[in-house]
Design a protein around this ligand. Structure first.
Ligand SMILES: CC(C)(COP(=O)(O)OP(=O)(O)OC[C@H]1O[C@@H](n2cnc3c(N)ncnc32)[C@H](O)[C@@H]1OP(=O)(O)O)[C@@H](O)C(=O)NCCC(=O)NCCS
Length: 150
């Protein structure tokens, strides 16, 4: 899947296009994955449906991935747009490409966690949990302002 905006920004699900040095460079400093190893990033790409965001010159401008069975459920993870490309609606362009990916058309539910970017996802139909008492989580707990798994 490939989509291009009029200004030349592009999204692609081709894993071969991903600049994994840039993606790892961002994720190892992200609040939700500090110090993540290159091996873990490589494995996470291989086990997900990745979506790369590319600037008009072809450089990696952002990234997101769906952790999914490609049938019923998807978890949106590792969403970022590099600082020099922010504020142009690119996160919405990137996430929408995953939500509308043909392989994910039958998903019944998407989930994500975010510390502070709720506004990005609300515009794409995400809402807070209606029934948090039905949900459970295992793993690291929020530190100060949320555990921020993206
Ligand atoms: C969050 C992030 C992906 C937004 O990327 P972006 O391309 O600048 O966002 P967009 O330009 O597509 O903005 C889309 C909308 O979300 C809003 N928005 C952007 N960043 C936001 C944030 N951190 N919190 C709340 N709303 C935000 C914008 O105002 C815009 O709304 P509008 O169209 O009504 O003006 C980017 O700032 C980023 O990579 N941050 C660091 C990593 C991160 O926090 N990732 C998200 C983890 S869940």
């Amino acid at each position: 899947m490939r989509r291009q905006r009029e200004d030349g920004y592009e999204v692609s699900d081709d894993p071969a296009r991903l600049d994994l040095d840039t993606i790892h460079g961002f994720l190892r400093t992200a609040y939700w994955s500090p110090g993540v190893t290159r091996e873990t990033v490589d494995s996470s790409v291989a086990g997900s449906l990745p979506m790369g965001l590319y600037a008009p010159d072809g450089a990696q401008a952002g990234y997101a991935r769906a952790v999914t069975d490609r049938a019923t459920f998807g978890y949106l993870a590792d969403v970022f747009v590099l600082p020099e490309h922010r504020g142009r609606g690119l996160s919405r362009f990137l996430v929408r490409a995953l939500l509308e990916h043909p392989d994910l058309a039958t998903l019944r539910r998407w989930m994500l966690a975010t510390a502070d970017a709720h506004g990005v996802y609300e515009a794409l139909g995400f809402t807070p949990l209606d029934d948090p008492d039905r949900w459970m989580v295992r793993g690291p707990r929020p530190q100060v302002s949320g555990d921020g798994q993206a």
